[in-house]
Design a protein around this ligand. Sequence first.
Ligand code: FE
Length: 278
Amino acid sequence: MTESRTPGSAPASTAAPARLTASNGHGSAVAAQMISHELFNNGTRRWYYFGRDPEREDHVIDTNEYLVVNAGKAMLLDPGGLEIFPSVVSAVSRQVELHDIEVLFSSHQDPDIVSSLSLWTGLIPDVQVYVSWVWSKFISHFGGGEALVSIPDEGMRIPLGGSEELEAVPAHYLHSSGNFSVYDPTARILFSGDIGAALLPDDHREIFVRDFDQHTAYMEGFHRRWMPSNRAKQHWVERVGRLKIDLLCPQHGAIFAGADIGRFLNWFSELDVGSAIP
Ligand code: FE
């Protein structure tokens, strides 16, 4: 199968809901779905983006979820909060059978990342949940604690469908004290968690960064306030700067592709963070 990826030129379909479903049996109500977009497909490995949940209430921050499929087995990255669980299940189940999800990955402990934990472990009893050892006993308060696998500080390979390629890359203090990115050297995709996150206007539907300079306006306040450590920031920038990355995928906001990845790393490197300290 021909490898496909969609970095800099997202088709028009990304701006529209992935599926419209008649929902009330009277033909009048139509429920919009999260945007769903295939980021990579080489026939064995696939990556999907899900986001911009139209069912999300205004008081709930928008999040991006990502699904990696390898040889028919799947890993869901930052599965999301309780509020969006039905939308994420609906979107994911259009790409894989739910029982083929072997791994949930949690970049850190926040409620928008993983407060849905007990719902997922209830739905998929055999699923394993990878999270920093710093947080495993804390997020067990969301339930589902017996499914947790603690990631050591130095990171680890996360097996999926017979592959040992997917790597949890340390991103501690960015923003959480136990925090990981995920790198896939085959798809050349880096899932960066809250690093690269942008707080976009509610009517912003584009899933790729189109104008980097304009996009910094949506990122700057978040990174200055949520990221506490310039030293941690520099360490991560230098480490991921050595990786071959075609797509850098954050948990909020838009995806960086091509030259915008280098622009982001430079911008982040030069940004002074920890803004709450006068
Ligand atoms: Fe967070």
